[in-house]
Design a protein around this ligand. Structure first.
Ligand SMILES: [Fe+2]
Length: 201
């Protein structure tokens, strides 16, 4: 008797070409040395991450001239929507910011409500710098797994999915999906770029 699966949560994980990755890394490091970055990339009010998120008028894609990254993200997002069998729609960047996780930094659980698709792109990701972690977004099922001891290690019974950051990697998801960033236990900075996309206005 077949068992059917419903209500999946889509993720796109893509590693970009090494030459493009290296070009982006060089531009991001050059940007971080600028006066603009010193003004815009500041410590988050209640977290240990240093980020330009709290300067919504700053866009890391524009400020670091990351046209190639914006193109790749748009392409990925169009493919993401196509995989979901949604009709194509014109997308635009709602917000794009940079996060610098110094050793010991982490980011609390949150979602990017109000946007359509979100992604993280990893510029620097030393070993043990903290995975991006997605708990099973069905809260009732997480409690159920605890009470019934039905948690397992496959995609049907996992309580949490994590993705390892890697330089040049994009992790894309629908903006509602809650996630956190685990502690950077390396002795180097973990640098990511986050982008929210919305339907073009
Ligand atoms: Fe996030």
């Amino acid at each position: 008797m077949p068992v059917e699966l419903w209500f999946p949560v889509p993720f796109l994980v893509h590693d970009i070409e090494p030459e493009v990755r290296d070009a982006i890394r060089a531009k991001v490091h050059a940007y971080l040395e600028t006066e603009g970055a010193k003004r815009d990339v500041t410590l988050a009010p209640s977290e240990s991450v240093t980020t330009s998120y709290y300067r919504p008028q700053a866009s890391i894609l524009a400020d670091a001239k990351l046209v190639e990254l914006e193109d790749i993200i748009m392409q990925a997002a169009n493919g993401f929507l196509a995989t979901m069998q949604l009709p194509p729609r014109r997308l635009e960047v709602e917000r794009a910011w940079i996060n610098v996780f110094t050793p010991g930094s982490q980011e609390a659980m949150h979602s990017h409500d109000g946007s359509l698709i979100s992604c993280s792109y990893y510029v620097e990701a030393p070993e043990n710098c903290g995975n991006i972690a997605f708990p099973d977004p069905i809260g009732a099922r997480r409690s159920y797994r605890e009470f019934t001891q039905t948690a397992g290690d496959n995609f049907l019974t996992l309580r949490e999915m994590t993705f390892e950051p890697k330089p040049g990697r994009i992790v894309m998801f629908e903006s509602w999906v809650p996630h956190a960033v685990n502690c950077n236990k390396s002795d180097k900075n973990r640098i990511s770029i986050a982008v929210n996309l919305r339907q073009a206005r």
